[in-house]
Design a protein around this ligand. Structure first.
Ligand SMILES: [Zn+2]
Length: 179
Protein backbone atom coordinates (compact mmCIF):
# COMPACT_ATOMS: atom_id res chain seq x y z
CA UNK A 1 0.00 0.00 0.00
CA UNK A 2 1.38 3.39 -0.99
CA UNK A 3 1.74 5.89 1.78
CA UNK A 4 1.01 9.55 1.26
CA UNK A 5 2.32 11.79 4.02
CA UNK A 6 2.23 15.44 4.95
CA UNK A 7 5.49 15.99 6.84
CA UNK A 8 6.18 18.94 9.16
CA UNK A 9 9.77 19.72 10.10
CA UNK A 10 11.88 22.55 11.56
CA UNK A 11 13.62 24.60 8.84
CA UNK A 12 16.92 24.48 10.67
CA UNK A 13 18.24 20.97 9.89
CA UNK A 14 20.67 21.06 12.79
CA UNK A 15 18.03 21.74 15.43
CA UNK A 16 16.74 18.95 17.60
CA UNK A 17 14.83 19.05 20.89
CA UNK A 18 16.43 17.43 23.91
CA UNK A 19 13.23 15.41 24.35
CA UNK A 20 10.08 14.80 22.30
CA UNK A 21 7.78 15.05 25.32
CA UNK A 22 7.30 18.86 25.34
CA UNK A 23 6.47 18.83 21.61
CA UNK A 24 3.98 15.97 22.06
CA UNK A 25 2.41 17.72 25.07
CA UNK A 26 1.83 20.93 23.11
CA UNK A 27 0.31 19.02 20.19
CA UNK A 28 -1.98 17.14 22.57
CA UNK A 29 -2.98 20.39 24.30
CA UNK A 30 -4.12 22.03 21.04
CA UNK A 31 -5.99 18.87 20.00
CA UNK A 32 -3.87 17.68 17.08
CA UNK A 33 -2.91 14.39 18.70
CA UNK A 34 -5.41 11.87 19.95
CA UNK A 35 -4.85 8.47 21.53
CA UNK A 36 -1.28 7.14 21.43
CA UNK A 37 -1.45 3.83 19.51
CA UNK A 38 2.16 2.86 19.97
CA UNK A 39 5.31 4.73 20.90
CA UNK A 40 5.24 8.07 19.05
CA UNK A 41 2.24 7.10 16.88
CA UNK A 42 -1.07 8.84 17.54
CA UNK A 43 -4.58 8.93 16.20
CA UNK A 44 -5.99 12.33 15.25
CA UNK A 45 -7.16 14.59 18.06
CA UNK A 46 -10.47 16.44 18.41
CA UNK A 47 -9.16 19.62 16.74
CA UNK A 48 -7.38 17.91 13.83
CA UNK A 49 -9.65 19.32 11.12
CA UNK A 50 -9.26 22.84 12.55
CA UNK A 51 -5.46 22.63 12.56
CA UNK A 52 -4.93 20.95 9.19
CA UNK A 53 -6.63 22.72 6.28
CA UNK A 54 -7.98 20.46 3.54
CA UNK A 55 -8.17 22.36 0.27
CA UNK A 56 -10.72 20.33 -1.69
CA UNK A 57 -14.44 20.95 -1.37
CA UNK A 58 -15.25 17.50 -0.03
CA UNK A 59 -12.13 15.88 1.40
CA UNK A 60 -12.25 12.21 2.28
CA UNK A 61 -10.66 12.15 5.72
CA UNK A 62 -10.74 8.97 7.78
CA UNK A 63 -10.54 9.85 11.46
CA UNK A 64 -10.89 7.79 14.60
CA UNK A 65 -9.43 4.51 15.77
CA UNK A 66 -9.97 2.50 12.59
CA UNK A 67 -6.75 0.88 11.34
CA UNK A 68 -6.97 2.74 8.01
CA UNK A 69 -7.59 6.10 9.70
CA UNK A 70 -5.14 8.98 9.56
CA UNK A 71 -2.28 8.80 12.05
CA UNK A 72 0.32 11.27 13.26
CA UNK A 73 3.84 10.07 14.02
CA UNK A 74 6.49 12.08 15.83
CA UNK A 75 9.67 10.73 14.28
CA UNK A 76 13.08 11.46 15.81
CA UNK A 77 15.23 12.61 17.44
CA UNK A 78 17.95 11.74 14.92
CA UNK A 79 21.59 12.43 15.80
CA UNK A 80 22.16 13.95 12.35
CA UNK A 81 19.77 15.61 9.88
CA UNK A 82 17.83 13.10 7.78
CA UNK A 83 16.94 13.86 4.18
CA UNK A 84 13.37 12.63 3.86
CA UNK A 85 11.86 12.21 0.41
CA UNK A 86 9.81 9.75 -1.61
CA UNK A 87 8.64 8.82 -5.08
CA UNK A 88 7.32 12.35 -5.71
CA UNK A 89 10.75 13.99 -5.38
CA UNK A 90 11.10 17.06 -7.61
CA UNK A 91 14.26 18.65 -8.99
CA UNK A 92 15.25 21.39 -6.55
CA UNK A 93 15.76 25.09 -7.03
CA UNK A 94 19.20 26.56 -6.38
CA UNK A 95 19.30 28.71 -3.21
CA UNK A 96 21.54 31.24 -4.98
CA UNK A 97 20.02 31.81 -8.42
CA UNK A 98 16.55 30.22 -7.80
CA UNK A 99 16.75 28.26 -11.06
CA UNK A 100 15.66 24.63 -11.16
CA UNK A 101 18.49 22.13 -11.44
CA UNK A 102 18.34 20.14 -14.65
CA UNK A 103 18.98 16.75 -13.10
CA UNK A 104 16.81 13.67 -13.10
CA UNK A 105 15.33 13.19 -9.64
CA UNK A 106 16.67 9.64 -9.50
CA UNK A 107 20.26 10.87 -9.51
CA UNK A 108 19.60 13.31 -6.68
CA UNK A 109 18.70 10.69 -4.10
CA UNK A 110 22.17 9.37 -3.49
CA UNK A 111 23.97 12.63 -4.13
CA UNK A 112 24.00 14.76 -0.99
CA UNK A 113 26.26 17.49 -2.39
CA UNK A 114 24.67 19.27 -5.32
CA UNK A 115 26.12 21.53 -7.97
CA UNK A 116 24.05 24.18 -9.79
CA UNK A 117 24.69 24.16 -13.56
CA UNK A 118 23.32 27.71 -13.85
CA UNK A 119 25.44 29.68 -11.38
CA UNK A 120 28.02 27.20 -10.11
CA UNK A 121 26.74 27.14 -6.54
CA UNK A 122 27.65 23.96 -4.71
CA UNK A 123 26.25 22.84 -1.40
CA UNK A 124 24.54 20.21 0.68
CA UNK A 125 21.20 18.94 -0.65
CA UNK A 126 19.53 20.24 2.54
CA UNK A 127 20.17 23.83 1.46
CA UNK A 128 18.28 23.54 -1.84
CA UNK A 129 14.58 24.29 -2.30
CA UNK A 130 12.88 20.97 -2.98
CA UNK A 131 9.53 22.61 -3.74
CA UNK A 132 7.82 20.78 -0.87
CA UNK A 133 8.89 17.33 -2.04
CA UNK A 134 11.59 16.73 0.58
CA UNK A 135 12.66 17.88 4.02
CA UNK A 136 15.86 17.80 6.00
CA UNK A 137 15.68 17.71 9.80
CA UNK A 138 16.32 15.77 13.00
CA UNK A 139 12.66 15.57 13.97
CA UNK A 140 9.55 15.14 11.82
CA UNK A 141 5.80 15.10 12.35
CA UNK A 142 4.34 12.74 9.75
CA UNK A 143 0.61 12.81 8.99
CA UNK A 144 -0.61 9.84 6.97
CA UNK A 145 -3.24 9.67 4.21
CA UNK A 146 -2.57 13.18 2.87
CA UNK A 147 -2.07 13.37 -0.89
CA UNK A 148 0.32 15.94 -2.34
CA UNK A 149 -1.12 19.47 -1.92
CA UNK A 150 -4.39 18.02 -0.59
CA UNK A 151 -3.98 19.71 2.79
CA UNK A 152 -1.70 22.23 4.47
CA UNK A 153 -0.91 22.90 8.13
CA UNK A 154 -2.95 25.87 9.37
CA UNK A 155 -1.37 29.06 10.72
CA UNK A 156 -2.27 28.16 14.29
CA UNK A 157 -0.44 24.84 14.10
CA UNK A 158 2.70 26.35 12.55
CA UNK A 159 2.67 29.20 15.12
CA UNK A 160 2.31 26.66 17.90
CA UNK A 161 5.25 24.59 16.63
CA UNK A 162 7.36 27.73 16.22
CA UNK A 163 6.59 28.82 19.79
CA UNK A 164 7.18 25.36 21.29
CA UNK A 165 10.59 24.97 19.66
CA UNK A 166 11.77 28.56 19.10
CA UNK A 167 12.38 27.48 15.48
CA UNK A 168 10.49 28.10 12.20
CA UNK A 169 8.68 25.10 10.78
CA UNK A 170 7.90 24.11 7.23
CA UNK A 171 6.21 21.18 5.51
CA UNK A 172 6.51 18.88 2.53
CA UNK A 173 4.77 15.89 0.96
CA UNK A 174 6.39 12.49 0.83
CA UNK A 175 4.93 9.57 -1.10
CA UNK A 176 6.40 6.29 0.06
CA UNK A 177 6.14 3.47 -2.43
CA UNK A 178 5.86 -0.06 -1.05
CA UNK A 179 9.01 -2.08 -0.50
ZN1 LIG B 1 22.32 28.44 -9.08
Amino acid sequence: MTNHNLVLYPKNPAWGPSSLAPLADVLKAIGLLGVERSHGLYGTGPEYLGLITYLGCSPQVALGENEAATTIRINGIFDAPQFVHGANLKSPRCPQCRKTLAMPAASLRANRNLHCDHCGHEGNACGFDWRRSAGCARVFIEISNVFESEAVPGEQLIACLDAASDESWDYCYVRKAPG
